[in-house]
Each structure stands twice: as structure tokens, then as C-alpha cells.
Ligand binder design. Structure first.
Ligand SMILES: [Zn+2]
Length: 424
């Protein structure tokens, strides 16, 4: 197997791979790639070699001590950041050189003409965003633990731009709306969580004059995608992917239409990622051209964050809670499933839907679907004391629906790493 690459990409990948293998600071990739016995890497064979490299996962990063994974001489200024930990696993610790992030700042704030901004994130989070924001205009750093006070100050200094998470903004609005004419808000930059369709509609009604700007990134990799003025008006999860910073693969690679986003650094970052599985799904919009001047490819994200746990409606769901019930049906379905989580706006309230996709063995029948749905809705437990059926009674969730997946679709050909998929 091989991939076709242009000469510039070949050159960059050869350089990065050599950098990783000959690295004086870390033997992480030397050890990882040792079984491949790689040698004589050059621009003629990189296409073959690259696709033979094993993928990198978050678990791989977790398994090695943070200081064993630094690939550059650490010099100031740099920052140590971390991902949030998942159940039973710690956070991944990441080292980032701050000067290299200035391009991100230009892309994020270059076009925004703000008078005064509010930065509203928990302490220690989104510091990269903050450092680039304060270079662009005056910024008030709000306190998400004191929303009332933050709203009063924000109204006195007449903010017109907000950088925050959708959840924080929902909460902040309770205090900001009575204190300030929120039609004065011109830009809202969402970061940290995806913005669901339901939230988008909700905020669109509240902020009629604001442009919403979504950033797509993850702590391990920093900024991955940006929205220009044109894309932010479309209000769909379409991004310019940072092809200057990453070599981007979509797996399964045979059909480059939809699949999982896999990233390789094109620059020598302290925390170097090579073929890193993001767990995020999407596809390139190859036939579309954006009218802005950015030369980055267009990518539409869907089913972000395939993972083992999902926070929805104040409750944490784990893949295992679904698995316990579904394994009773292994005579009828394959040992594989995905639970998709959605949000909907109903009047002024956000409701959650869950669709569980399973792959039937043999023919599809309606009775099996009903039995699966009944079992899931009646037996699913959130904790020892708490059952899912109570969440349905409280109107927070609608009853779980079951869908039979076609085993031949691309997505199911790919081994599933995570079984919960968030669509918000
Ligand atoms: Zn654009």
C-alpha cells in the first residue's frame, strides 16, 4: 500500500520521520517503530513507509512518562498543558512552544475588529487562546465561578466579543441578559466543546447580531481547524484544516471520503504526533472552494469525539453500561455497537436523544429492534442508585432508539476504538 504525495509533502514527511527516529531527546518513536526496521528513508519510499507506520493513540501517549516524549530542547517560553482524564486513566501531559502558536492567533483574531473582549473559561484552560486574544484587543478575564459579578463588569466595560464554551455561555446568559443589552455582542468564539445545533439555534435567537466562530482543536494537537468569516456565517461544522501544521489523513484511506481524522505534525513540535488518531469523524469537501484567501482544505466534522464516556444532561454515560445489556443479544447481533448522542432544542429547553446502532446477524427483523429498545430503556443504569428510565420520566432524555447498521458501510469496516459518539 502507498499514498500519493506531492514533492513538498514528501520532503516534509521524510524530515519529520528522520527527526523522530534520530531524536536525541526522546526514543519514543525509535522504540515504537523498531519492529519495522526502517532505514534509508527518502522521498522515493516515504509514501510506502508512511502508511506502514502504526497509528498513535491516546493510550500510547498515556503509557509513556511525559518527559520521555519531548522531542526538542526545551527552551523558554513553553507551556505544559494536559488533556482531561477519562475514567480509570490519567490526563495526557503535553509540552507546547508558545512562539509557534502565533500563527493560530493571526488566524483566530486577524479579522475580528473588537472593542473589548470577555474571556470566560475555567482557570488553566484555553491559555493559548487567551495569549493570542490579548495581543489583539483589550480582554477582561471573567470568573466562571462568579458569573453575576462577571456579568456586571462585562456590562460596564461594554464587551462586544466573548470567547467561551457553549455550556458556560448558557449559564452566563442568566446573569448577562438582565445586566446588558446583549444585541451589542458582535462575535462569539466557541471553544472547548462542540456547539450543538440546538445550542446554535438557542444562541442565534439570543444574539441576533453576533457572528459565531467555532474552533476545532484538541489539547494534544492544539488548533486543528479554523473558521474564516465565510465559514462562520454558514454555521455548520465546516473548518479549514491546518494543512500548514499537519499532514492530514482520513481513515479508511482507500475511500478518502469519510472517516477518522489522523494527524501528523509537519513542524518539529516538542510533543510530536505521528499518525495520531483523533477519534473525530468527517470528510473533505473536495468540490467546494471557500471564497476567502485561506489556502487550507475544507473539512466537515460529524460525530465528533468517539469515546468511552459522554457527559450529557448532567450525567456521565459509559460504553460499558450499554455493553452489559447488548451482550445478552449476541445471538442476534454482532459484538460491536455505537451509541450516538444528540441534542434538540424544544422551546427553551435542551433534550437529549440516544440512537444505538448495532449490526444484526442474519436478517433484520422488527421484533428484535423492539426487544433491544425495551431492554435498553428499562435496564440501562447510570449508577447503582440511578436508572436511565428516570431520565426519560424527567423529560431530559427521549427513549433510546435502535438502528440496524449496514455492515458494509465504510464506518463499520474500520475497527471501532470508541463506542460512544457525541453529536454536540
Ligand atoms: Zn474560508
Amino acid at each position: 500500500m502507498s499514498i500519493s504525495l506531492n514533492s513538498q509533502t514528501k520532503k516534509a514527511l521524510v524530515e519529520i520521520l528522520k527527526f523522530s527516529l534520530e531524536n536525541p531527546y526522546s526514543d519514543f518513536y525509535r522504540r515504537k517503530y523498531a519492529p519495522l526496521k526502517l532505514k534509508h528513508i527518502n522521498e522515493d519510499n516515504i509514501g510506502n513507509i508512511f502508511v506502514s507506520l502504526p497509528l498513535l493513540t491516546k493510550d500510547d501517549l498515556l503509557a509513556s512518562p511525559p518527559f520521555d516524549r519531548i522531542f526538542t530542547k526545551i527552551h523558554s517560553p513553553y507551556v505544559i498543558s494536559s488533556t482531561s482524564g477519562t475514567t480509570g486513566k490519567g490526563p495526557v501531559i503535553i509540552f507546547i512552544n508558545t512562539p509557534s502558536e502565533t500563527a493560530e492567533g493571526q488566524l483566530t483574531w486577524g479579522k475580528i475588529n473588537a472593542q473589548c473582549g470577555l474571556f470566560l473559561f475555567p482557570p488553566g484552560v484555553q491559555w493559548q487562546l487567551l495569549t493570542t486574544m490579548i495581543r489583539a484587543f483589550p480582554v477582561y478575564i471573567g470568573n466562571p465561578y462568579q458569573m453575576k459579578e462577571t456579568a456586571e463588569i462585562a456590562s460596564r466595560i461594554k464587551i462586544d466579543t466573548i470567547a467561551t464554551t457553549p455550556t458556560a455561555l448558557q449559564h452566563f446568559l442568566i446573569f448577562l441578559e438582565p445586566a446588558y443589552d446583549i444585541s451589542k455582542i458582535k462575535h462569539i468564539l466557541f471553544r472547548g466543546e462542540p456547539l450543538s445545533k440546538a445550542q446554535q439555534t438557542f444562541f442565534r435567537n439570543k444574539f441576533p447580531n453576533a457572528i459565531f466562530n467555532l474552533l476545532y482543536g484538541m489539547r494534544e494537537a492544539g488548533q486543528i481547524g479554523v473558521q474564516c468569516d465565510v465559514l462562520s456565517m454558514r454555521e455548520e461544522p465546516i473548518y479549514h484544516l491546518r494543512s500548514d501544521k499537519f499532514f492530514i489523513e482520513i481513515l479508511p484511506a482507500e475511500n478518502e471520503e469519510a472517516g477518522e481524522l489522523v494527524l501528523t505534525h509537519l513542524r518539529k513540535d516538542p510533543t510530536l504526533l505521528i499518525r495520531y488518531r483523533t477519534g473525530d469523524l468527517g470528510w473533505f469537501l473536495r468540490d467546494e472552494k471557500c471564497s476567502c484567501e485561506l489556502n487550507f482544505p475544507l473539512f466537515k466534522l460529524f460525530g465528533r469525539n468517539r469515546r468511552e464516556t459522554i457527559h450529557a444532561g448532567g450525567v456521565v454515560f459509559e460504553a460499558e453500561t450499554f455493553n452489559v445489556i447488548l451482550k445478552d443479544f449476541l445471538e442476534n447481533i454482532q459484538n460491536n455497537f455505537e451509541a450516538h448522542f444528540y441534542q434538540r432544542l424544544i422551546q427553551d429547553k435542551i433534550q437529549y436523544d440516544i440512537v444505538v446502532r448495532v449490526i444484526p446477524k442474519g436478517s433484520v427483523n422488527e421484533m428484535l429492534k423492539i426487544r433491544l429498545e425495551e431492554s435498553l430503556n428499562n435496564r440501562l443504569r447510570i449508577s447503582n442508585r440511578f436508572s436511565f428510565s428516570e431520565l426519560i420520566r424527567q423529560d431530559l432524555f427521549s427513549p433510546i432508539k435502535v438502528e440496524f447498521a449496514d455492515p458494509d458501510t465504510q464506518i463499520y469496516k474500520m475497527p471501532l476504538l470508541y463506542k460512544l459518539v457525541s453529536h454536540f
